[in-house]
Write a protein of this length. Structure first.
Length: 321
């Protein structure tokens, strides 16, 4: 059977640094992802895509605030679900067009994905993830009192809402995703880390939180028994001593080497840390190979010819063989 590849598309895939993030720019940027998917399909792979949604969900929240006098406010969980559909459509459209050029007819589907979280997760007692726009002090205090938001101050830019970021425990739509993969469809799922949900039978409200999309992607990859878990990011390779004179690119790491570098503080939270930890989650759950690289080198890295490869705990020399 053909190999299954799960690609976690980076947050820069649709909105690049320095861009305004217009719909036209996002359609244009989606072409690069579409080209990689087409190459993978032509090479005989089955493909599942996940993606971030940070800029898009922030824009949804801004629209909700600006239109609050004329339309109902969108809770965060609904904004995550809405951006799953929005981004899925953009990627589907780009892939449909790219496949027509190559004479391919592989169907592409986007699945709005719920992800189970634990109501007892400590993250719910310590909201830390900033979302949405910046507010003045008066606006922030009004929203805090009106909606019970947690607000933090950014000394240079104003006040911002923070929400919890709980650990993902399971993919609610796993069997639907698996059924589509088994039928040969390209599946887009787990967007933005998924819509967080409790299994508490309370249907009156959702969970206003955000989940790390790379962590969700690692769990989905392991549950689908993916052969390769690929994380698309800004850099060609993971580096030690990043942006220092002693910077060194890593073509290969084992699980133990990853943990050692993390313990040394080599991969910070706002940079490569979440991606390296997601790769470890995949390997700890039985996965064989994770790769981290940028869009330009993604196809070659999946084929073992570029990027940073993170492998199970065998000696590096054995892995090279």
């Amino acid at each position: 059977m053909s190999r299954l590849v799960l690609v976690a598309v980076g947050g820069n895939a649709l909105i690049r640094a320095g861009q305004k993030g217009t719909a036209q720019e996002q359609f244009q940027n989606a072409v690069d992802t579409a080209k990689v998917v087409v190459k993978l399909i032509k090479a005989g792979h089955r493909v599942v895509l996940t993606h971030g949604n940070g800029p898009q969900v922030g824009a949804q929240l801004v629209r909700s605030e600006l239109a609050a006098a004329h339309a109902y406010r969108m809770p965060l969980d609904c904004c995550v679900a809405a951006t799953q559909g929005e981004i899925g459509y953009v990627l589907q459209y780009a892939m449909w067009q790219a496949m027509q050029v190559e004479g391919l007819k592989t169907p592409v589907v986007t699945l709005v994905t719920q992800v189970l979280v634990d109501a007892r997760d400590p993250a719910f007692s310590n909201p830390t993830k900033p979302i949405g726009p910046f507010y003045t002090r008066d606006e922030a205090e009004r929203y805090r009192d009106l909606f019970g938001w947690h607000i933090v101050e950014d000394s240079s830019r104003g006040f911002r809402r923070v929400v919890s970021s709980p650990e993902p425990k399971g993919i609610v739509e796993l069997e639907a995703i698996r059924a589509c993969v088994d039928r040969g469809l390209v599946v887009i799922a787990g967007g933005g880390g998924g819509v967080p949900v409790f299994n508490d039978h309370d249907i009156e409200k959702g969970v206003e939180a955000v989940i790390d999309k790379d962590h969700t992607s690692a769990i989905l990859a392991s549950q689908l028994n993916a052969d390769v878990f690929a994380i698309d990011t800004d850099e060609e390779m993971v580096c030690l001593d990043y942006r220092k004179a002693s910077q060194r690119k890593l073509a290969l790491m084992t699980e133990d080497e990853c943990r050692a570098h993390l313990a040394q503080g080599q991969f910070p939270e706002g940079s490569m840390g979440p991606k390296v930890r997601a790769a470890l989650v995949f390997l700890e759950r039985g996965g064989e190979t994770a790769v981290i690289t940028n869009s330009e080198h993604l196809f070659d890295a999946i084929g073992g010819r570029g990027g940073t490869r993170i492998a199970r705990n065998l000696h590096p020399a054995a892995q090279r063989q």
